[in-house]
Design a protein around this ligand. Structure first.
Ligand code: FAD
Length: 389
């Protein structure tokens, strides 16, 4: 499949010629700088920093951020188009390394950071010199963010952090960690959490080994431990005890990016599979000649296109400043499940070859699995919808 000429799919009223140009720029980058090299990144377990800096230099890490700090100043729709275009890549681990930096971790800094914090960190974040990670999940609290136990205690000019974080993407190689911790032991759940910026190398921050995963092999995922980790008082992000609401707000950006991953991977998998079943012969004809195969693929194309148009609609709702928690939760649930459904079927139609490590379909099948779990499991998303129905 030629990734340099992306299938722009069905037209959409939300997509502009600038978006199409961005897709093409990303597609060329993937074809040249990622697809031929990323197998070795999977083996080493992380994406080389030079590649991330290259993307920073291309302006891809500051799409929605202010030009004052080196960003492009474009809207949420443009950033969504970027996430989807990037997700046409057959290496989900590469995609999530980037999207955690651009859409899941650094938005915490941008949405809540003071001018001094933005001046100190944001230009480096946008240039790809300071890679970010977001650390919310703990060994005993994932879906239920209110239940986190990490604790930050004020001590003079510092905060002292204690606790541990689990499954942190970019955890091994990040330079900046956006960390959630409990700051008011007397207040309940939501009203006692704050966010902090913690720099790599801060004494008391211990980065655990890279965790071994089913997929996303070139994404480094780590456990973090904070042991009397003293961080300057100035590194509190936003207002004390409002961190839970910041996390919930940023989940919108994160979930749209993860949905874009689901849609992008589904499109790539369907493209690869259509090519394969047209080529592969069984019982005297191409697999594509079997009605059951081409109809199953046609239905999955229809579902993927429907999810894609809904993705754009959610992007538009965000650009309009509308409350769209219900729609984004629906989208995350649909896209996470759909990516799994599509990859299961695409792997099936690749036969034994689809079970081989050397094929993109096998990798994408493993990579897609987490899309219905991470960043809000499907069941949690459906409860968000049900609460608002
Ligand atoms: C590869 C990977 C990367 C990650 N990266 C990060 C990161 O960078 N930063 C970060 O903070 N976290 C990260 N996470 C954590 C991720 O967001 C959580 O794993 C996810 O939110 C689920 O939390 P949990 O694992 O604790 O599962 P649990 O909360 O224990 O839930 C287990 C399962 O129970 C079900 N469930 C949960 N709640 C409900 C409910 N209310 N009703 C019905 N069923 C329910 C769901 O099926 C869920 O999958 C990552 C996880 C993975 C696997």
């Amino acid at each position: 499949m030629d990734l340099t000429t992306p299938d722009n799919g069905m037209e959409s009223v939300y997509i502009t010629p600038e978006h199409v140009a961005l897709r093409e720029q990303v597609a060329r980058f993937l074809a040249r700088e990622v697809e031929p090299h990323a197998e070795s990144w999977e083996e080493q377990g992380f994406v080389p920093r030079a590649v991330l800096r290259q993307m920073g230099a291309m302006g891809l890490f500051g799409i929605t951020y202010s030009p004052e700090y080196g960003g492009v100043g474009a809207d949420a729709m443009t950033s969504l188009v970027f996430a989807e275009a990037l997700s046409r890549c057959t290496f989900g681990g590469f995609v999530v390394t980037v999207l955690v930096h651009t859409d899941m971790a650094s938005p915490h800094l941008v949405h809540a950071g003071s001018t001094a914090q933005l001046e100190r960190y944001l230009p480096g974040v946008i240039r790809g010199e300071l890679i970010t990670a977001v650390a919310i999940t703990e060994p005993d609290a994932g879906s239920d963010v209110r239940a986190i136990r990490s604790r930050a205690r004020r001590d003079g000019d510092h905060w002292v952090l204690n606790g541990s974080k689990m499954f942190i993407t970019n955890g091994v190689h990040a330079d900046l960690y956006l960390v959630a911790a409990r700051t008011d032991p007397d207040a309940k759940g939501a009203r006692s959490i704050s966010m902090f910026v913690v720099e790599k190398g801060t004494p008391g921050l211990r980065v655990g080994r890279a965790l071994k995963k089913t997929g996303w092999l070139c994404s480094d995922t780590a456990e973090l431990a904070f042991e009397d980790c003293r961080i300057p008082a100035d590194n509190l992000l936003g207002q004390e005890n409002t961190g839970f609401y910041a996390v919930m707000k940023n989940f919108q950006t994160e979930r749209i990016a993860l949905a874009a991953m689901g849609v992008g991977h589904a499109m790539t998998a369907l493209g690869l599979t259509l090519e394969y079943v047209r080529r592969r012969k069984a019982f005297g004809a191409a697999l594509y000649d079997k009605q059951v195969i081409r109809q199953r693929l046609a239905m999955l194309q229809a579902k993927t296109e429907a999810a894609r148009q809904f993705l754009y609609h959610c992007g538009w709702l965000v650009t309009q400043g509308r409350d769209c928690v219900r729609e984004v939760s629906m989208l995350k649930a649909v896209a996470g499940e759909l990516a799994n459904e599509v990859l299961y079927t695409c792997q099936q139609f690749h036969g034994g070859m689809g079970y081989m490590r050397e094929t993109a379909i096998e990798r994408l099948t493993r990579d897609a699995r987490v899309l219905s779990i991470g960043g809000g499991a499907t069941e949690v998303m459906l409860d968000e919808v049900a609460k608002r129905s």
